[in-house]
Design a binder for this molecule. Structure first.
Ligand code: AKG
Length: 283
């Protein structure tokens, strides 16, 4: 497995994110982009807009899913749509770096495809992942993150206000104003709109304040997101090991929460004896 260079680790620790260039080649970018267009027409889960439910930042978004390939989309639970979505969960080099950062005791916690159309109606937004609770927890710079994500860009984002991932560098270690006190936006002081090319990946912990900038570029921005958490945190997208784990490789099954024995209370507390072997050296 690959390890991060010293420079990458320093960047991760101080700024709170990493930009990996050219992870997917052009044909893979084309493939996943077409898959997003295809699955848009299929049934699947998109976050609920019911204000009676805890819907977090969706509460202030006026976005309705669309069948237009350039329209808004926020599709979850991607794995069942194609083997390629399954294989992306532990693909090198991104997965190697995730294990280097988090250690081997991890789960896949979420998969997501987002399309952000060009529009003058979407101002962008800023948040941490993990909701209200993780927002208040900041681990030290030498600690593995509790949870993190890999964001695969499927569109070039080489100018500002193109739906860029916008981060507050260092905010994984330092509180920026709580949204209850002052709403932070991608245009607040300290925000950095990241530029990248289709096929690049951003890695960042859930504790980093981030979010999309507005997109007035004239074209929609597509991405895939794969989230990982420490084993005891549990996936937040499925409540039991999904059926499709049966057709996954052993490491993928483990990432989906199959611990290799029947669940019993406390199962996710101590890691299985073969956890490091399964995750680091499965062959
Ligand atoms: O840039 C996006 O579309 C969403 C990225 C984001 O905020 C997230 O993954 O939590």
């Amino acid at each position: 497995m690959l390890n991060l260079s010293e420079e990458q680790r320093r960047h991760w620790q101080t700024d709170g994110y990493l930009h990996l260039e050219g992870v997917l080649d052009a044909s893979e970018v084309g493939f996943f982009s077409e898959e997003i267009d295809r699955i848009r027409t299929l049934p699947g889960y998109e976050p609920d807009r019911n204000p009676e439910l805890p819907i977090g930042h969706y509460a202030h978004m006026d976005h309705t899913p669309s069948l237009d390939n350039d329209g808004f989309m926020d599709r979850r639970l991607l794995l069942s749509y194609h083997q390629a979505f399954i294989d992306l969960m532990d693909r090198s080099p991104v997965f190697d770096y995730i294990v280097d950062l988090m250690g081997p005791n991890i789960l896949l916690s979420m998969t997501q495809a987002i399309v952000r159309p060009s529009s003058d109606k979407f101002p962008g937004y800023t948040h941490t992942d993990g909701g209200e609770s993780l927002r208040r927890i900041r681990v030290s710079e030498s600690s593995p993150p509790i949870a993190m994500k890999a964001m695969y860009l499927l569109t070039d984002v080489t100018e500002e206000n193109s739906g860029n991932l916008t981060v507050f560098p260092g905010s994984h270690l330092r509180q920026i104003p709580d949204p209850d006190d002052r709403a932070m936006t991608p245009y607040s002081p300290g925000a950095a709109q990241l530029m990248g090319k289709a096929g690049d990946v951003y890695l960042f912990p859930h504790a980093l304040w981030h979010g999309p900038a507005m997109n007035v570029s004239g074209r929609s921005r597509k991405c895939l997101l794969y989230n990982y958490c420490q084993l005891w945190v549990r996936s937040y997208d499925f409540d039991v090991v999904p059926e499709l784990a049966r057709r996954c490789a052993p490491r993928q099954r483990r990432l989906l929460g199959d611990l290799g024995y029947d669940f019993r209370p406390g199962s996710y507390f101590y890691v299985p004896k073969d956890q490091a072997e399964v995750i680091i050296d499965p062959d």
